[in-house]
Design a binder for this molecule. Structure first.
Ligand code: ZN
Length: 205
Protein backbone atom coordinates (compact mmCIF):
# COMPACT_ATOMS: atom_id res chain seq x y z
CA UNK A 1 0.00 0.00 0.00
CA UNK A 2 1.02 3.58 -0.38
CA UNK A 3 0.30 6.63 1.72
CA UNK A 4 -0.52 9.79 -0.19
CA UNK A 5 -0.33 13.02 1.79
CA UNK A 6 -1.88 16.28 0.72
CA UNK A 7 -0.09 19.50 1.65
CA UNK A 8 -1.65 22.92 2.27
CA UNK A 9 -5.27 21.80 1.97
CA UNK A 10 -6.57 24.24 4.61
CA UNK A 11 -6.11 27.94 3.96
CA UNK A 12 -5.45 28.77 7.64
CA UNK A 13 -2.60 26.21 7.81
CA UNK A 14 -1.02 27.24 4.49
CA UNK A 15 -0.78 30.83 5.68
CA UNK A 16 0.44 29.97 9.21
CA UNK A 17 3.60 28.49 7.61
CA UNK A 18 3.99 31.47 5.30
CA UNK A 19 2.93 29.59 2.16
CA UNK A 20 0.53 30.85 -0.47
CA UNK A 21 -2.83 29.16 -0.99
CA UNK A 22 -2.40 26.55 -3.73
CA UNK A 23 -4.36 26.60 -6.97
CA UNK A 24 -4.02 22.82 -7.37
CA UNK A 25 -3.41 20.04 -4.85
CA UNK A 26 0.12 19.41 -3.60
CA UNK A 27 0.95 15.84 -2.66
CA UNK A 28 3.83 13.63 -1.52
CA UNK A 29 4.19 10.01 -0.42
CA UNK A 30 5.15 8.16 2.73
CA UNK A 31 6.32 4.53 2.51
CA UNK A 32 4.56 1.80 4.51
CA UNK A 33 7.62 1.69 6.80
CA UNK A 34 6.51 5.12 8.09
CA UNK A 35 3.46 3.64 9.84
CA UNK A 36 3.71 3.81 13.63
CA UNK A 37 2.71 0.46 15.10
CA UNK A 38 -0.51 0.57 17.11
CA UNK A 39 -0.08 1.28 20.83
CA UNK A 40 3.60 2.11 20.30
CA UNK A 41 5.11 5.38 21.47
CA UNK A 42 6.66 7.77 18.99
CA UNK A 43 10.40 8.03 19.64
CA UNK A 44 11.83 11.42 18.72
CA UNK A 45 14.65 10.93 16.19
CA UNK A 46 18.10 12.24 17.09
CA UNK A 47 18.54 14.06 13.75
CA UNK A 48 15.80 16.63 14.22
CA UNK A 49 15.22 19.34 16.84
CA UNK A 50 11.67 20.10 15.78
CA UNK A 51 9.12 17.35 15.17
CA UNK A 52 5.63 18.75 14.62
CA UNK A 53 2.26 17.02 14.87
CA UNK A 54 -0.25 17.51 12.03
CA UNK A 55 -3.64 15.89 12.65
CA UNK A 56 -5.40 14.83 9.46
CA UNK A 57 -8.57 13.15 8.27
CA UNK A 58 -7.74 9.89 6.46
CA UNK A 59 -9.49 8.23 3.54
CA UNK A 60 -9.17 4.56 2.60
CA UNK A 61 -9.20 3.62 -1.08
CA UNK A 62 -11.54 0.69 -1.72
CA UNK A 63 -11.09 0.05 -5.43
CA UNK A 64 -8.37 0.19 -8.05
CA UNK A 65 -8.62 3.26 -10.23
CA UNK A 66 -6.73 5.52 -12.61
CA UNK A 67 -7.78 8.91 -14.01
CA UNK A 68 -10.95 8.86 -11.91
CA UNK A 69 -13.50 11.55 -12.79
CA UNK A 70 -14.52 13.70 -9.79
CA UNK A 71 -18.18 12.71 -10.16
CA UNK A 72 -17.27 9.04 -9.72
CA UNK A 73 -14.60 9.49 -7.04
CA UNK A 74 -17.01 8.69 -4.17
CA UNK A 75 -17.11 5.10 -5.44
CA UNK A 76 -13.39 4.68 -4.73
CA UNK A 77 -13.32 5.16 -0.95
CA UNK A 78 -15.32 3.43 1.72
CA UNK A 79 -14.06 4.61 5.12
CA UNK A 80 -12.51 7.51 6.94
CA UNK A 81 -10.25 7.70 9.95
CA UNK A 82 -7.79 10.00 11.69
CA UNK A 83 -4.01 10.15 11.83
CA UNK A 84 -0.93 12.27 12.35
CA UNK A 85 1.54 13.33 9.68
CA UNK A 86 4.62 13.82 11.87
CA UNK A 87 6.93 16.32 10.21
CA UNK A 88 10.54 17.25 10.94
CA UNK A 89 9.91 20.98 10.45
CA UNK A 90 13.59 21.97 10.72
CA UNK A 91 14.61 19.43 8.07
CA UNK A 92 11.65 20.40 5.90
CA UNK A 93 12.78 24.05 5.98
CA UNK A 94 16.26 22.94 4.86
CA UNK A 95 15.10 20.78 1.96
CA UNK A 96 12.49 23.34 0.86
CA UNK A 97 15.19 26.03 0.76
CA UNK A 98 17.35 23.80 -1.44
CA UNK A 99 14.45 22.75 -3.66
CA UNK A 100 15.02 19.13 -2.59
CA UNK A 101 12.37 16.44 -2.08
CA UNK A 102 10.56 16.35 1.26
CA UNK A 103 11.04 12.67 2.15
CA UNK A 104 13.70 13.21 4.84
CA UNK A 105 11.26 15.50 6.66
CA UNK A 106 8.07 13.52 6.06
CA UNK A 107 8.67 9.83 5.29
CA UNK A 108 10.74 8.68 8.27
CA UNK A 109 9.90 5.71 10.49
CA UNK A 110 6.92 6.36 12.76
CA UNK A 111 5.88 9.51 10.89
CA UNK A 112 2.47 8.11 9.89
CA UNK A 113 0.00 7.55 12.72
CA UNK A 114 -3.05 5.72 11.37
CA UNK A 115 -5.91 4.93 13.74
CA UNK A 116 -6.71 1.25 14.05
CA UNK A 117 -10.37 2.14 13.72
CA UNK A 118 -12.01 3.05 10.39
CA UNK A 119 -15.51 4.47 10.20
CA UNK A 120 -17.32 3.03 7.20
CA UNK A 121 -19.15 5.43 4.92
CA UNK A 122 -22.69 4.77 3.83
CA UNK A 123 -22.41 3.44 0.27
CA UNK A 124 -25.65 5.21 -0.68
CA UNK A 125 -24.25 8.52 0.39
CA UNK A 126 -22.48 10.46 -2.32
CA UNK A 127 -19.32 12.14 -1.04
CA UNK A 128 -18.49 12.91 2.54
CA UNK A 129 -20.74 14.76 4.97
CA UNK A 130 -18.94 17.37 7.06
CA UNK A 131 -16.74 15.83 9.80
CA UNK A 132 -15.18 17.55 12.78
CA UNK A 133 -11.88 16.42 14.24
CA UNK A 134 -9.37 17.63 16.79
CA UNK A 135 -6.04 16.86 18.39
CA UNK A 136 -5.29 17.20 22.08
CA UNK A 137 -1.82 17.45 23.57
CA UNK A 138 -1.74 16.58 27.26
CA UNK A 139 -5.51 17.07 27.40
CA UNK A 140 -5.50 20.51 25.78
CA UNK A 141 -6.96 21.09 22.31
CA UNK A 142 -4.17 22.19 19.94
CA UNK A 143 -5.78 21.63 16.54
CA UNK A 144 -9.32 21.41 15.33
CA UNK A 145 -10.76 21.22 11.86
CA UNK A 146 -13.71 20.24 9.78
CA UNK A 147 -13.66 18.57 6.42
CA UNK A 148 -15.77 21.25 4.74
CA UNK A 149 -12.86 23.69 5.13
CA UNK A 150 -10.61 21.66 2.81
CA UNK A 151 -9.50 23.70 -0.21
CA UNK A 152 -9.84 20.54 -2.34
CA UNK A 153 -12.41 18.00 -1.18
CA UNK A 154 -11.83 14.26 -1.15
CA UNK A 155 -13.42 13.71 -4.57
CA UNK A 156 -11.21 16.40 -6.12
CA UNK A 157 -8.12 14.94 -4.42
CA UNK A 158 -8.85 11.44 -5.73
CA UNK A 159 -9.44 12.78 -9.24
CA UNK A 160 -6.24 14.81 -9.16
CA UNK A 161 -3.88 12.20 -7.67
CA UNK A 162 -5.24 9.40 -9.88
CA UNK A 163 -4.22 11.37 -12.98
CA UNK A 164 -0.62 10.69 -12.01
CA UNK A 165 -0.69 7.39 -10.15
CA UNK A 166 -3.03 4.43 -9.98
CA UNK A 167 -4.88 4.19 -6.68
CA UNK A 168 -5.07 0.71 -5.23
CA UNK A 169 -7.20 -1.05 -2.67
CA UNK A 170 -5.87 -0.21 0.79
CA UNK A 171 -4.03 2.97 -0.14
CA UNK A 172 -4.53 5.74 2.41
CA UNK A 173 -4.83 9.46 1.75
CA UNK A 174 -3.86 11.97 4.44
CA UNK A 175 -6.03 14.91 3.44
CA UNK A 176 -4.04 17.78 4.96
CA UNK A 177 -3.91 19.53 8.31
CA UNK A 178 -5.75 22.57 9.68
CA UNK A 179 -3.89 25.32 11.56
CA UNK A 180 -2.34 24.88 14.99
CA UNK A 181 0.58 22.58 14.13
CA UNK A 182 3.34 22.60 16.71
CA UNK A 183 6.28 20.76 18.25
CA UNK A 184 6.24 17.74 20.55
CA UNK A 185 8.62 16.94 23.38
CA UNK A 186 9.35 13.79 25.40
CA UNK A 187 6.55 13.06 27.85
CA UNK A 188 3.79 14.60 25.71
CA UNK A 189 0.67 12.58 25.01
CA UNK A 190 -1.31 13.15 21.82
CA UNK A 191 -4.91 12.04 21.41
CA UNK A 192 -6.99 12.45 18.26
CA UNK A 193 -10.77 12.67 18.10
CA UNK A 194 -13.08 12.28 15.12
CA UNK A 195 -16.59 13.53 15.87
CA UNK A 196 -15.74 13.22 19.62
CA UNK A 197 -14.67 9.60 19.27
CA UNK A 198 -11.13 8.89 20.50
CA UNK A 199 -9.25 7.45 17.51
CA UNK A 200 -5.66 7.16 18.75
CA UNK A 201 -3.33 7.96 21.61
CA UNK A 202 0.37 8.44 21.03
CA UNK A 203 2.88 8.97 23.83
CA UNK A 204 6.04 10.86 22.80
CA UNK A 205 9.34 9.53 24.11
ZN1 ZN B 1 0.37 16.97 6.57
Amino acid sequence: MKIICIGRNYADHATELGNSIPTEPLFFLKPDSAILAHRHPFYLPDWSEEIHYEVELLVRISKLGKSIAPEFAHRYYDAISLGIDFTARDIQAEVKAKGHPWEKAKAFDGSAVISREWLPLDSNQKGLQNKHFRLERNGEVVQQGQSKDMLFDIDQLIAYVSKFMTLKLGDVIFTGTPSGVGPVKPGDNLEGFLEDRSMFRVPIR
